[in-house]
Design a protein around this ligand. Structure first.
Ligand code: NAP
Length: 404
C-alpha cells in the first residue's frame, strides 16, 4: 500500500511545492529518486501520479518550499499542468480535509537517504541559524554599500563583490547560508521575476566587522532565454541603491564552531562565496588560538578569473593550505580541483581520517561527481573504508554539497 494514501475514502495527501517561496534551484528535481519532480520556465511541480512521499527531497530544499501538502480527492489531484499555472498554493479544501485522519509525517515511507550524497544535518557545534525571517510577502530592504569587480579587467567573466547593508533591520546570518534577491520588473508573461539565490560571502559579524551588512559573490550571466536577469541587475547596482531581499536560507551547510575542527573546502568559481565567509570568520578569530586546519581547493578558468585571488594569496600559509586549479591557462594542461586533490592525497587523507574534519563542496553541478570520486580514491588508497567513512561523514553533518 502506498504509505501516503488514506484508503478509507480515497484521499490523497498530495505533495506540492510553494511557488511563492521556491527559488528554482533545481535541488529537489536532482534529489528525487523516482523523477516525480519536474519544471517549466515558471514553476517546479510534483507529479502526483509518480510521487510516493519518500521525503528524500525535503531536507535538501534550502527554503522549505518543498514541504507542502494538501488533502485532495484522489480523482481531483492537481495535475502537473494545474501547478505550472500557479502563482500561489491553493487553500486546503476543508470539506476534503476534515473527516480524514492523515499521518502528520509519512512515517511508513523511509527516507531514501542513499539518494542524498551529503549531510542533511548541520555539524554538532554549528550555531543555530535563523531562516526565512523575510519572505516574498514581507521582504527586507537592503542598501548597496559597495560593488566592485573581482576578476581582471581582461577576464571574460565579470564577477563582483556586492555589499548590502540592512541598517537597523535584524538580518542575522551564518557562514554557509544564502539569501534570495527579488529583481524588480516582470518577465515577458507579466509575472514578477522569481527570487534568485546567492550564498553569503561574509562572516556572521558582517562584511565590515560589527556592521549589519553582508556580501555576495555574483557572476554576470549573459542575457539569453530569460536568464541573467538577476545577476545583471546585481552587477549593475550602484552605491545607495535599495535591494529587496528574502531569507536567510539554509540550516545544514554551516560551519562547526569547536576550535579544533578542520575545514576541507572544495569550490569552483562563485561557489567560493561560502568558503570566503568561513575562512574570513576563522581569520578574524586567529588570535583566540584555534587549532583547526583549513585546506582549500579552488578551481577557475585562469588566474584572472579566480575571484578573491589577491586576498587569498595574502593569507598566511600557516593559516590556510590553498590549492588552485586552473583549467584554461594558455600553454598549461587543464586541471580541475579533483586533480589537485589527488596530487595532495596524503594530506587530504590525513584530514579525512580525522573525526574533526568537515568537508564543504560548492560550485558547478558537474564537479560533484569528480570530487566525490577523488575523495573515494584518496580514502581507499590510504586504507580508509570509504563506504563507512562516507556514511559517518553524512550522519555527523560533516559532508556538505551545494552545487548548481
Ligand atoms: P565556471 O567559471 O564556469 O567554472 C569554474 C571552474 O570549474 C572552471 O575552471 C571550469 O573549467 C571548472 N569545471 C567545469 N566543469 C568541472 C567539473 N566537472 N569538475 C571540476 N571543475 C569543473 O564557474 P562559475 O560560472 O563561477 O560557476 C560556479 C557555480 O557555482 C555556478 O553553477 C553557481 O550557480 C554555483 N554557485 C554559486 C554561488 C553564488 O553565491 N554565486 C553559490 C553556490 C554555488 P572549464 O569550464 O574550463 O572546463
Amino acid at each position: 500500500m502506498d504509505a501516503h494514501i488514506e484508503t478509507r475514502i480515497d484521499i490523497l495527501r498530495q505533495h506540492l511545492i510553494d511557488p511563492e517561496i521556491c527559488i528554482r534551484c533545481n535541488t529537489c528535481e536532482e534529489t528525487c529518486p523516482i523523477d516525480a519532480i519536474t519544471h517549466d520556465g515558471v514553476n517546479y511541480v510534483v507529479n502526483a501520479q509518480v510521487c510516493n512521499g519518500c521525503m528524500a527531497c525535503v531536507p535538501p530544499c534550502p527554503t522549505g518550499a518543498i514541504d507542502n501538502w494538501r488533502n485532495v480527492l484522489r480523482s481531483e489531484a492537481y495535475s502537473v499542468d494545474d501547478q505550472f499555472g500557479w502563482d500561489a498554493l491553493p487553500a486546503q479544501n476543508e470539506e476534503v480535509n476534515a473527516p480524514v485522519e492523515v499521518p502528520a509525517q509519512n512515517d511508513e515511507a523511509p527516507v531514501a537517504s542513499d539518494t542524498v550524497r551529503g549531510s542533511t544535518v548541520a555539524p554538532w557545534s554549528a550555531a543555530r541559524p535563523y531562516v526565512q525571517l523575510y519572505t516574498h510577502k514581507a521582504p527586507a530592504l537592503a542598501t548597496v554599500v559597495g560593488n566592485f569587480r573581482l576578476t581582471d579587467a581582461a577576464a571574460s567573466s565579470d564577477i563582483r563583490h556586492i555589499m548590502l547593508d540592512f541598517g537597523a533591520l535584524p538580518f542575522p546570518v551564518l557562514e554557509g547560508q544564502s539569501i534570495g534577491i527579488l529583481p524588480p520588473g516582470t518577465s515577458t508573461d507579466g509575472r514578477a521575476h522569481h527570487a534568485r539565490q546567492y550564498s553569503i560571502a561574509s562572516p556572521r559579524d558582517g562584511e565590515r566587522p560589527g556592521y549589519n551588512n553582508i556580501s555576495l559573490t555574483v557572476k554576470r550571466v549573459q542575457r539569453e532565454d530569460g536568464k541573467g536577469v538577476c545577476s545583471n541587475y546585481l552587477c549593475d547596482l550602484q552605491k545607495g541603491d535599495v535591494v529587496t531581499v528574502i531569507g536567510p536560507f539554509g540550516n545544514t551547510f554551516l560551519m562547526p564552531n569547536h576550535p579544533d575542527s578542520h575545514l576541507l573546502m572544495i569550490c569552483t568559481g562563485t561557489g567560493s562565496a561560502p568558503m570566503r565567509a568561513m575562512t574570513e570568520y576563522r581569520r578574524r578569530r586567529r588570535a583566540t588560538g584555534e587549532t583547526g586546519k583549513l585546506m582549500l581547493f579552488f578551481g577557475a578558468r585562469t588566474r584572472g578569473e579566480l575571484p578573491y585571488f589577491g586576498p587569498l594569496m595574502s593569507l598566511p600559509k600557516d593559516f590556510i593550505d590553498t590549492n588552485l586549479a586552473f583549467s584554461r591557462m594558455p600553454g598549461e594542461a587543464k586541471r580541475y580541483v579533483q586533480d589537485v586533490m589527488r596530487e595532495r592525497a596524503n594530506d587530504v587523507a590525513q584530514l579525512l581520517g580525522d573525526g574533526n574534519t568537515h568537508v564543504y563542496v560548492c560550485g558547478l553541478r558537474g564537479m560533484e561527481d569528480g570530487v566525490m570520486q577523488a575523495l573515494e580514491f584518496i580514502a581507499r588508497s590510504h586504507g580508509l573504508d570509504w563506504p563507512t567513512l562516507w556514511e559517518q561523514l553524512r550522519r555527523e553533518g560533516r559532508l556538505h554539497l551545494e552545487t548548481y
